[in-house]
Design a protein around this ligand. Structure first.
Ligand SMILES: Cc1cc2nc3c(=O)[nH]c(=O)nc-3n(C[C@H](O)[C@H](O)[C@H](O)COP(=O)(O)O)c2cc1C
Length: 251
């Protein structure tokens, strides 16, 4: 199993050390191969906010850097750990830039074959949930099997430190178990509603959202998968529902 750890910390300390601990647990059980990708060490230029990736397609992004290399690494991995410190109740700028550079995957999700762990380290628990929520969006269609919010204060007492070690071990085991028994993507209600909303929006805004329109126009779902009758009915209902809301100007 290939695991890619994408580290959004500006230094190699708490966040990196926590991922190393998870790797150590995995080494005990299996032959998981870890690769570390430090955002601080690669060329991922600052998002210019031009909207080109969202509206016209990611291939038209004016920035020429390592973005596609990251995509290839994610797509050739079985599991991905997104790991970041918490900075003022969110992720630091380097991880936020990652999120912004991949904003188009909110419209056109990608990683349906990958399993994800979202890891946030922090000085206190304040704001870890917000940071985790922001980072979770980057799983983009993938299966988030573990969310780990940790506390790294040097003043932490022994009892709390032990509790946290147990938590890291538990989540490492969970990630291992899920990855060892990978199941094919199942279109949940949330995914079906997500698909329907963007299908309706792109159909109603063909000229404004050409990349979305060409992505959705011939699709019955994000990926080529046979939907059940119930799932087809849900897509049909929500696509019509969102189309009405858009036409009436509610969204
Ligand atoms: C600029 C900055 C802002 C921070 N903001 C928060 C915060 O809002 N809440 C919190 O719990 N910890 C905060 N921290 C602490 C870090 O999240 C924590 O020490 C983290 O484990 C550092 O990870 P690292 O060693 O990988 O950089 C902040 C640290 C920095 C440098």
């Amino acid at each position: 199993m290939k695991i890619l750890a994408i580290i959004g910390s500006l230094r190699k300390k708490n966040t990196y050390e926590t991922v190393k601990k998870i790797e150590e647990y995995h080494k005990k059980y299996s032959d998981f191969q870890y690769e570390y990708l430090f955002l601080k060490d690669i060329k991922l230029d600052l998002c210019k906010g031009c909207h080109v990736c969202i509206l016209h397609g990611e291939e038209k992004c004016p920035l020429k850097d390592d973005r596609d290399l990251i995509i290839n690494k994610i797509e050739s991995s079985d599991g991905v750990i997104f790991a970041s410190p918490n900075y003022v109740m969110n992720v630091p700028w380097i991880m936020k830039n990652y999120i912004d550079r991949f904003a188009y995957t909110m419209h056109r999700p990608k990683y349906f074959n990958q399993y994800f762990m979202i890891l946030i380290t922090s000085g206190s628990y304040m704001g870890t949930k917000q940071a985790s929520k922001a980072l979770s969006l980057m799983a983009s269609g993938g299966n988030i099997v573990s969310k780990l919010n940790l506390f790294n204060s040097p003043g932490m007492n022994e009892k709390k430190a032990m509790k946290q070690e147990k938590l890291i071990k538990r989540e490492a085991e969970l990630f291992y178990k899920k990855l060892s028994n990978k199941v094919k993507h199942k279109p949940s209600f949330g995914f079906l509603a997500w698909f329907s909303a963007f299908k309706a929006a792109s159909n109603e805004n063909k000229t404004y959202l050409p990349a979305d329109y060409s992505f959705f126009k011939d699709k019955n779902y994000f990926i080529n998968i046979k939907l059940t009758l119930l799932q087809k009915l849900i897509v049909s209902f929500f696509t019509n529902f969102f189309t009405i809301l858009i036409k009436k100007g509610f969204i």
